[in-house]
Ligand binder design. Structure first.
Ligand SMILES: *Cc1c(COP(=O)(O)O)cnc(C)c1O
Length: 382
C-alpha cells in the first residue's frame, strides 16, 4: 500500500533520541528549550512554546488569550476537529466561517459579512482560528485587517504549514496574528512523534502559554509574584495542565529540523510532477495563493462532478493507493450536530467535501509510484 503520508527517519534522528535516553533528562532537559529556540529562529517569531501536541497547544493558546465561558471562537469547517474542540475545552461557543471552494481555506468575504452581522447582534467572537489547509496560507493580510477592525484575536492553525511562507514572512512569524500553532505528528512536514509548538511575538502570551502547558507553575525567578523562598520554591499562578513536550520528542524534532528544507523541496518536486501528469485532465489540484509558498503537507485534488468520489476512493484503495479525504466537515460530526449545527450551514465546505480527494505526498514517494497513482486516476476519468 502506498500511504498518503509518511515520516522520513534517518540514523541521525535515531541517534539523537538514543542520546537523550542515555542522558540525565528524559523530560525537562535541554532539548525542549533548544527546539523552541530552533522554531523561533526558523519562523522569525520572538517566542516559541512547545507542548505535547498541536491540539494541546490550541487549547493553551485559547486559554492564554482568555477564552472562557460566554466567549465565541470561529474557525473553518474544513479542518481537523482539534481546531474547534479547543474553544469548547475553554467553555466557549464555537462557530464556523465557510471556506472558499477553490482554496479550501476560510473565505475572507464570508468572514467579513459574518463579522458585520455579529457586530450588529453583539455576538462578535473573541478569537478566530484560520487554518492553512494543506500548508497553503490563508489570505492573512485581509483576515488581519478584519480582525483589527472588529477587535478579534487570531490564532493561525498552521498544523500543516511549517516551512511555508506568506508574502515575505515565514508561516509562524505572527506578522498577521497573535499566535501560530504547528503540529509535529508523523504525517506532518517534520515530526517529533507527538508534539506541537506555538509561536508569538507577545512576551505576555508566551509566558502565559508556558504556564498553562505546565500546571500553571513557574520557577522562573523573574516571573515569581512573591519573594523567592529558596531553590526549591515554585509558584502555581493559574490553573494549567501537564501538556509538556518531553526531551525525547524534542530531540527527534531538533534532528528533523536539519532536513526541513530538503523535505519541502522534495514535496515541491513531487507536486510539479503531479501537476504535469494531471495537466490535461479534469482533475484540479488545490493550489496555494500566488503570494505564498506552501509547505505542501497534502496534495488535494477536486474531482470533476461526473466522478463519484466514493467509487474513486474505493478503486484507488483496491489498487494499493491509500488516498484520503481532508476533511469531513467538522460541523457535520455527530458531536457538533448535537450542538445544533446542521447540513446546509456551510454550503461551500459541504460542496468541497463532496469532491475532494487527497493523493499520496511525502518525501520518499517514488516517481514510479506517482506515475502509477496518476495513471490509475486518469484511467477512471476515461
Ligand atoms: C494534525 C492537526 C491538528 C492536531 O495536531 P496534533 O499535533 O495531532 O494534536 C490540528 N489542526 C490541524 C489542521 C491538523 O491537521
Amino acid at each position: 500500500m502506498i500511504p498518503y503520508g509518511h515520516q522520513n527517519i534517518n540514523q541521525d534522528d535515531i541517534d539523537s533520541v538514543v542520546n537523550v535516553l542515555r542522558s540525565d533528562y528524559l523530560t525537562q532537559g535541554p532539548q525542549v528549550p533548544l527546539f523552541e529556540r530552533n522554531i523561533a529562529s526558523l519562523t522569525n517569531a520572538k517566542f516559541a512554546v512547545a507542548s505535547s501536541s498541536a491540539s494541546a497547544m490550541l487549547h493553551v493558546a485559547c486559554l492564554a488569550l482568555g477564552v472562557t465561558k460566554g466567549d465565541r471562537v470561529w474557525t473553518s469547517p474544513i479542518t481537523f476537529v482539534a481546531s474547534a474542540n479547543c474553544a469548547l475545552h475553554c467553555g466557549a461557543q464555537i462557530d464556523f466561517v465557510d471556506i472558499d471552494f477553490n482554496t479550501a481555506n476560510m473565505c475572507p468575504k464570508a468572514l467579513a459579512s459574518k463579522l458585520k452581522i455579529a457586530k450588529e447582534n453583539g455576538t462578535l467572537p473573541k478569537v478566530i482560528i484560520p487554518v492553512h489547509m494543506a500548508g497553503h496560507s490563508c489570505d492573512m493580510e485581509t483576515i488581519a485587517v478584519l480582525a483589527k477592525k472588529y477587535g478579534v484575536k487570531i490564532i493561525e492553525d498552521a498544523a500543516h504549514g511549517i516551512g511555508g511562507q506568506y508574502k515575505e514572512n515565514k508561516i509562524g512569524s505572527c506578522r498577521y496574528s497573535d499566535i501560530t500553532i504547528f503540529s509535529f505528528h508523523p504525517v506532518k512536514i517534520i515530526t517529533s512523534a507527538e508534539g506541537g509548538v506555538a509561536t508569538t511575538n507577545d512576551v505576555e502570551l508566551a509566558n502565559k502559554m508556558g504556564l498553562f502547558r505546565s500546571h500553571g507553575i513557574t520557577k522562573d525567578t523573574e516571573l515569581l509574584s512573591r519573594p523567592n523562598e529558596g531553590d526549591w520554591y515554585y509558584e502555581q499562578q493559574l490553573l494549567g495542565l501537564n501538556y509538556r513536550m518531553t526531551d525525547l520528542h524534542a530531540s527527534l524534532g531538533n534532528s528533523q529540523l536539519n532536513r526541513i528544507n530538503e523535505f519541502i523541496e522534495s514535496r515541491h518536486k513531487l507536486v510539479r510532477r503531479y501537476q504535469s501528469l494531471l495537466a490535461n485532465s479534469d482533475i484540479r489540484i488545490v493550489t496555494p495563493l500566488s503570494n505564498s509558498i506552501s509547505s505542501y503537507h497534502l496534495l488535494i485534488v477536486q474531482l470533476p462532478n461526473k466522478l463519484h468520489r466514493k467509487l474513486v476512493f474505493n478503486h484507488m484503495r483496491e489498487m494499493g493507493i491509500c488516498v484520503h479525504v481532508h476533511y469531513f466537515p467538522v460541523h457535520l460530526q455527530p458531536y457538533y450536530q448535537e450542538l445544533g449545527f446542521k447540513k446546509g450551514d456551510f454550503p461551500q465546505a459541504e460542496a468541497y467535501y463532496q469532491s475532494c480527494l487527497t493523493l499520496p505526498l511525502f518525501p520518499d514517494l517514488t516517481s514510479e509510484e506517482l506515475a502509477f497513482i496518476c495513471d490509475t486516476l486518469k484511467e477512471l476519468i476515461k
